[in-house]
Design a protein around this ligand. Structure first.
Ligand code: ACO
Length: 311
C-alpha cells in the first residue's frame, strides 16, 4: 500500500472517523476485519447448537419460549454479521465454505457440551456475559457496518445474559440437587468462558495492529479482568463458588487476582481437539448439504422471475 494513503487512513482512524464500505482501506485492515467479523458471525451460528440441544427439554413452556427466542436471536446476529462482512467484498458462500473446510474459526466456547438444564443458565450468564463484555466496546470499532451491527446485538445479548442469570437463581435457590447442578455448570463453564477473550496479551498476534486500527478497543487480558470483576460478586450472590482457589481481592488494582485458564486446552480446542468440535462442524456441514435443494429452488425461481421481467 502507498505510504501516503496509509498515513491518511491512520489519521482518519486517530480522529475517530468511521470507515465505510466503499472507502479506501489497507488490504491488511480489510483482511483482518473479514477474519474477525466472519469468525464472529460463525460463532453466532454455531453458538445456536449447545442451547438448541435443550429446547425440546426445557422444564416449562415459558422457559421453552424464552430459550427458543434467544436461540433465534443468535441466528439473527449471525445474519447481520454476515451482511457486515459481505460489505468488505467477500461472499456469504465463500464464508460458509471457509467455515465448513475448517479454514475459519468460531469461538472456542461452543466446542463444550451442555449436559444439564443448569448449563442453559451458565451459558446465558457466563458465555453471553463474556460476549457482552467484548462487544460493548466494539460498538465504537472503526468499521461502520460492524460498529452499527453491534448496537442491536448488545441489546439482545444483555437480555440473554439476564435470562441465564434468572435460570441460575432459580436453580441455586432450589433443592440441594438443583443447587449442585448450578455449581457443576459453573465449574465446567468458568475456565472456557475466560478463554473466550482470547490468549493472554503476550500471545495475542493481532492485538497491537488491530488496536492501532481501532478494530479492537481493549486487549484480551483487560476484558478478561473486567469480566472476572463483574462475575465474582454475581456468583457470590447466587451462593455459588467460583472454581478457583487463587481468587483474591487485590486492593491495589481494585480487581480480583485469578488463575489463568489452561492455555494448552485452549490451543487444542482451536486445533479441533475440543470435546465437541467434530459434532459442531458436522452439524453445520449437514445443515448446509440438507439445504442444497432449497437454495437451488430459490435460485431457479429468482432466475425465472428475472427472465419473465425481461420478456
Ligand atoms: N476462540 C477461537 N479462536 C480464538 C479465540 C477464541 N475464543 N480467541 C482468539 N482466537 C484466535 C484468533 O482468531 C487468532 O487466530 P487466527 O489468526 O487464526 O484468526 C488467534 O486465536 C490469536 O488470537 P488474537 O491475536 O488475540 O486474535 P484477535 O485479535 O482476533 O482476538 C477476539 C480474539 C478477542 C475473540 C477477537 O477476534 C474479537 O473480539 N472478536 C469479536 C467477538 C467474537 O468473535 N465473539 C464470538 C463469541 S461471542 C458469541 O458469539 C456469543
Amino acid at each position: 500500500d502507498d505510504p501516503e494513503l496509509l498515513a491518511a487512513f491512520q489519521a482518519r482512524i486517530d480522529r475517530g472517523e468511521r470507515i465505510e464500505p466503499k472507502e479506501w482501506m489497507p488490504e491488511g485492515y480489510r483482511k483482518t476485519l473479514i477474519r474477525q467479523i466472519g469468525q464472529h458471525a460463525h460463532s453466532e451460528i454455531v453458538g445456536q447448537l449447545p442451547e438448541g440441544n435443550w429446547i425440546t427439554r426445557a422444564p416449562t413452556l415459558e422457559r421453552k419460549q424464552i430459550l427458543l427466542a434467544k436461540v433465534q436471536d443468535e441466528a439473527g446476529h449471525g445474519l447481520y454479521l454476515y451482511s457486515a462482512c459481505e460489505t468488505l467484498g467477500i461472499s456469504r458462500d465463500e464464508l460458509f465454505d471457509r467455515l465448513h473446510s475448517g479454514a475459519m474459526k468460531y469461538s472456542s466456547i461452543f466446542n463444550y457440551p451442555t449436559l444439564t438444564w443448569a448449563d442453559m443458565g451458565a451459558v446465558g450468564w457466563l458465555v453471553d456475559g463474556a460476549a457482552i463484555m467484548n462487544q460493548v466496546p466494539l460498538q465504537r470499532t472503526s468499521y461502520g457496518p460492524y460498529a452499527r451491527a453491534m448496537v442491536r446485538i448488545c441489546k439482545e445479548e444483555s437480555f440473554h445474559q439476564r435470562q441465564g442469570y434468572t435460570i441460575m437463581m432459580k436453580m441455586a435457590q432450589g433443592t440441594p440437587e438443583q443447587k449442585a447442578m448450578a455449581q457443576d455448570a459453573l465449574n465446567r463453564f468458568w475456565y472456557p468462558s475466560l478463554m473466550m477473550f482470547g490468549p493472554s496479551d503476550k500471545d495475542s498476534v493481532h492485538s497491537a495492529q488491530n488496536m492501532a486500527w481501532k478494530i479492537k478497543i481493549n486487549t484480551n487480558d483487560e476484558l478478561r479482568q473486567r469480566f472476572v470483576n463483574e462475575t465474582v460478586p454475581q456468583a457470590r450472590y447466587l451462593g455459588l463458588e467460583v472454581p478457583d482457589e487463587n481468587l483474591t481481592w487485590n486492593e491495589d488494582k481494585q480487581g480480583w487476582d485469578f488463575s489463568e485458564p489452561d492455555w494448552s486446552e485452549f490451543f487444542a480446542v482451536l486445533k479441533g481437539d475440543g470435546p465437541c468440535n467434530e459434532e459442531r462442524l458436522g452439524a453445520r456441514r449437514k445443515a448446509w448439504d440438507d439445504g442444497e435443494w432449497f437454495r437451488d429452488g430459490l435460485t431457479a425461481y429468482a432466475e425465472k422471475q428475472a427472465a419473465r421481467r425481461k420478456a
